[in-house]
Structures are given as C-alpha cells and as structure tokens.
Design a protein. Structure first.
Length: 317
C-alpha cells in the first residue's frame, strides 16, 4: 500500500496545481511539504501517467499534416493552411494570409529581409501585412533581378518597396534583369554601383522569403521576360531539374543542377541562401508538388507554408 499512498498524494498535488490553479508555494504550505517536494511530485505525476497533456487542434488547422511533413522531409517547421478550393488562386491567397501573420509575429527589430521578387504568392503575403510599429526591419533586399517586359517589370519593384514600407525598412532594389543574355552581359550589369550595393547585402540577410517554382515557369514569371528559352528549360529538365528557388535549379534529391545558364542569373545563389538564418518558403498547388518535394531536400528551408491539398500530395509521393 506504500506506493498507492504515495501516488494518492502525488495525484492530490497535481489536482491542486493543474485543476485548482494553485501556486506551488501555496500547495506546499497547505500540505506541509517543501516546495522542492511539490515540484518533484508534479514531475512524477507526468512520468506516472497521472497527468497527461493533450493538444486538440482547432477546426481548420492541420497539426497532423504539419508533423508528418516535418518528419518526412526533415524541415524544422511546416505551416499547413485551410483552403476550400484546390485551385492556384485560392491556394495562393490562403498561403499569403498565413505567411503575413507569421512574418508579423516573428519579425525581429533590425532584420535584413531578402525577398524573391517574381512570386504571386509572396505578393499576396505583402498585401496582407499590417504596418509594423515595434519590430522594424533594417533593409528589404530584392534577391532576383526585376527588369524585363515593361508591362510587368514594376511588379518586382512594387513588391520590394511595399514590403519595405510596411516593415519600416529601406528598400534595396536590383535594377537589372533576372536573366541576362550572356555571362559577359551579367558581369557588365554587376559592375553598376547600385547593383553592387544590393548584391553586397546578400551576406547580411537574416530572413529570406522565397517562392518555389516548377521548371515550367509561372504565368507571371513567363510574362516578365526573366526566364530561359523553351530549349534551355528542356535542357534543364534533361539534366534532372524539377524546380527552382529564384531561378536556381535543383533535382528531386535536392541537389543543385548547375549548368552554364546559372552564370546568367543575377540573384541569390542557393549556397548563399543556405547561410541565411531563417528561410521561409511559400508554395502550393498540384503543379508544384514535385518541385516543393525537391526544394525541401535542398536543406535551405526552415519554414514551409503550404495548403492542405499540397501537404497531402507531398506525403503521398
């Protein structure tokens, strides 16, 4: 009966602490125990199974999917959002909303934010961010060249400057094309002092926000002019590429696909992205599942924000 009597007292201590909401010092005084003994009993209550912790996710959240993604792809954090329609427009809107909230509550003062400019999902995120009053960033750095087709080239500039305005930061733009005509043209553009100033900040980025693209470019990126030719994209696919982060391609195992085309991109390389303290990737949709799976294996993503349909497809691969 000695053990039963011991467990009975432990149960009473746990009841007073967890149900009656009494402080440990109050429990110790009431039961004539030392506070150290009360603390030990509360820990023992957990090991004996007297106290059990249950987390009941609210309707519309997907803790099980998030846990499964973390375990399957070894990504530190995953955010799976509710979405009533399995179509790109709805998915981008919901991911954007969730990412905006995530940025607002985790932004640290003085951060240097790197942002991939040609992403509709990131644009949706920016649309949902509230102006920050306390945690203000230092710089918002454009991490992929933005110039191209005049009808859409302002997208990258607007995204970067608007995010900077909302976070109280100074925008640092890349006023050059994301894809140059040749390696020589890239070197010439990189010599521009304004371009150099922005590129030099790549090593100071503390938070990077990126999209994940399939080899076949999105409609926005295709219209921007910041893409490779159909033949070049086919060559990338033949080399094993399944997707890209800011036009830096990788295969299904997460290994970088290096071709001469890489020398024509003005933007943040994957090896530099790997050095960033926190990388948030926003991506969803049936067309991007293979690309997202490969991107998670690259080893640079700290937080994936996606939708419930895409999450399930990633787990079904």
């Amino acid at each position: 009966m000695g053990r039963l009597n011991e467990l009975r007292l432990i149960s009473r201590v746990a009841q007073m602490y967890h149900i009656e909401r009494r402080r440990q010092a109050e429990i110790a005084d009431h039961l004539r125990l030392s506070q150290a003994t009360v603390s030990r009993m509360l820990k023992r209550a957990e090991t004996e199974g007297i106290v059990r912790t249950s987390v009941i996710p609210p309707v519309g959240t997907y803790g099980d999917l998030e846990t499964a993604l973390r375990e399957r792809y070894h990504v530190p954090e995953a955010v799976v959002v509710e979405c009533t329609e399995d179509r790109d427009g709805a998915i981008m809107a919901r991911i954007g909303e969730a990412a905006a909230h995530l940025l607002e509550i985790t932004l640290a003062p003085g951060e240097t934010i790197g942002v991939s400019s040609w992403s509709q999902t990131i644009f949706r995120m920016v649309e949902n961010i509230h102006p920050q009053k306390s945690a203000r960033a230092k710089f918002v750095v454009q991490t992929l060249g933005g110039m191209g087709d005049p009808s859409v080239q302002t997208h990258a500039t607007q995204l970067t400057t608007r995010l900077a305005g909302l976070t109280g930061a100074e925008p640092k733009l890349l006023p050059v094309q994301g894809v140059t005509s040749s390696r020589e043209a890239k070197l010439l553009m990189m010599a521009d002092p304004f371009v150099r100033e922005t590129v030099d900040l790549f090593g100071s980025i503390t938070l990077a926000i990126v999209g994940i693209g399939a080899v076949e470019p999105s409609e926005l990126l295709a219209r921007s002019g910041n893409i490779f030719s159909a033949r070049e994209l086919a060559d990338l696919a033949d080399a094993g590429a399944v997707g890209d982060i800011s036009l830096r391609f990788f295969d299904s195992d997460g290994k970088a696909v290096k071709t001469p085309l890489d020398d024509r991109v003005i933007g943040l390389p994957l090896e530099d992205l790997a050095k960033v303290d926190r990388v948030i990737a926003l991506a969803g949709g049936a067309k991007k599942v293979t690309a997202i799976a490969g991107a998670l294996k690259v080893g640079v993503i700290d937080i994936l924000v996606t939708d419930k349909f895409t999450a399930q497809r990633l787990l079904d691969i």
